[in-house]
Design a binder for this molecule. Structure first.
Ligand code: HEC
Ligand code: HEC
Length: 408
């Protein structure tokens, strides 16, 4: 059983992007530049404005700060209460109290920054995960079993160059557009309206979800959850997450920096005709198969044993993205994007499966989103293309009304 606080956090992070790692990626990357859109977008609230006791992780948005907490939890295999104490599971205010673990974690941030500064020319080569590898006390002695066993084949963290004999990026993207119904047909796609069910990681209940998207990059998702409606809205310039205060310390958040860049990419992928313009510096790695699924069997990633072409590129804001294409069908089956934070990369993964033809274009009926501390499964049961969408769907959502229920 998961502790209440872990469950709450999974929920807290549920509409929030999160998930991290990308340690090799972490090496030597400059902070992403802001896109022109980002500078004119609705400004996010900074962590030090929203919280009472932020001493080190200042100058990042609340959402990025919460992602950083997810990164700590993932790196150490910890719950929120591991560092914040059991009392924190009952109240967001308690997170401001200093515990010995929290103070140790602060020392670790200072140590990590000092190592990177002194020995790696300021590049973020070492993160919490470099040492901790999913444990509170890093191992000191290499295991002989590990030394003598066949290493597990892992997919590369970063694809840095075009693999010889791999198809070039244009070939892979053309095959994708062809598989969807042809470039011309896909170019006629102007809107996407869908209804279905949404299942969070912590809460097995399937609740209703509605999705509205408009080309080139407006997106709106409403989940009718147990604690009220939650919204994820991208108007093409700004993006917001609105959730009940049971689920988050700050009910309405504007996304900034990498979060905003990632939200824009997710929205634009609903309109694949523009896919060649979304990323730069594209290259395709060695084809791989047997990518381990991080989803339970009941959900299934749709990737399984398929042979995949993995393409890596950068968004306009300089964030790394990997696109996984099924070699046989040509379809996009996974997108992994990285958000650059001072403490490391946050990974967000979206799996697209159950492609079916709607009005002559193939669209995925199942979309699974996974991040450091949560996962959602969206199963669509009706999709309509090119129907009018009310512009009000893409307006900034209101902060949800205060919940009567206390945090469970
Ligand atoms: C490895 C220890 C660690 C873990 C695990 C951890 N935190 Fe934190 N948390 C910290 C530290 C350290 C700070 C203070 C950061 C600073 O001073 O810059 C903090 C601060 C916070 C704050 C700001 C409180 C305030 O008002 O000042 C919130 C909210 C918070 N954490 C939430 C969470 C949540 C939710 C989780 C679980 C996903 C979590 N934390 C997991 C170490 C941790
Ligand atoms: C260079 C390696 C290294 C890095 C980087 C590192 N740690 Fe640690 N950390 C350690 C070691 C070693 C210990 C165990 C020390 C001990 O047992 O006294 C530890 C212990 C801790 C503990 C106390 C665990 C407990 O159960 O008492 C916390 C919390 C922690 N680290 C958080 C972090 C966070 C958060 C980061 C990233 C900001 C981080 N560490 C980065 C090596 C590292």
């Amino acid at each position: 059983m998961m502790s209440g606080s872990k469950r709450r956090v999974l929920r807290a992070l549920a509409a929030t992007v999160a998930s991290l790692c990308g340690v090799a990626l972490a090496g030597g990357q400059a902070a992403p530049q802001q896109t022109p859109q980002a500078t004119s977008a609705d400004k996010p609230i900074m962590a030090e404005q929203a919280f009472k006791n932020v001493q080190l992780l200042r100058g990042i948005s609340v959402k990025e700060f919460m992602e950083a907490m997810g990164f700590f939890s993932a790196s150490l295999n910890a719950n929120c209460t591991t560092c914040h104490g059991d009392a924190s599971s009952g109240s967001w205010d308690k997170y401001a109290d200093d515990t010995p673990m929290k103070q140790t974690a602060r020392k670790m941030i200072v140590m990590m920054n000092a190592i990177n500064k002194s020995y790696f020319g300021g590049k973020r080569e070492v993160t919490c995960y470099s040492c901790h590898r999913n444990a509170d006390h890093p191992k000191i002695t290499p295991g002989l079993a590990e030394q003598y066993s066949t290493p597990l084949s892992e997919e590369p963290e970063e694809i840095t160059e075009q693999a010889p004999n791999a198809p070039n990026p244009d070939q892979v993207l053309d095959a994708y557009l062809q598989a969807l119904g042809g470039t011309q047909k896909v170019a006629t796609l102007t809107s996407f309206v869908a209804k279905g069910t949404y299942q969070g990681y912590d809460d097995p209940a399937e609740v209703p979800v509605e999705i509205y998207a408009k080309a080139p990059g407006q997106f709106s998702q409403t989940v009718h959850g147990a604690n009220g409606d939650s919204h994820w809205v991208d108007d093409g310039r700004s993006a917001w997450v609105a959730q009940s205060e049971v689920d988050t310390p700050v009910p309405l958040l504007a996304l900034g920096a990498g979060d905003l860049d990632g939200a824009h990419l997710e929205a634009k992928l609903y309109f694949p005709a523009q896919i060649k313009r979304l990323l730069t510096n594209l290259h395709v790695g060695f084809p791989i198969s047997g990518v381990p699924s991080i989803l339970p069997d009941t959900v299934g990633s749709g990737i399984d044993d398929r042979e995949l072409n993995i393409m890596e590129g950068k968004t306009a804001a300089g964030n790394n993205v990997k696109l996984y294409f099924d070699k046989k069908s040509g379809l996009l089956v996974r997108m992994v994007r990285y958000t650059n934070l001072p403490i490391g990369f946050i990974t967000t993964e979206i799996d697209y499966s159950d492609y079916r033809v709607v009005s002559g274009i193939k669209v995925p009926f199942r979309i699974t989103k996974t991040w450091v501390d949560g996962r959602s499964v969206t199963v669509l049961n009706s999709i309509q293309l090119n129907v009018p969408v009310d512009a009000a769907k893409f307006l900034k959502p209101a902060a949800p009304a205060p919940a009567r229920a206390a945090i469970q």
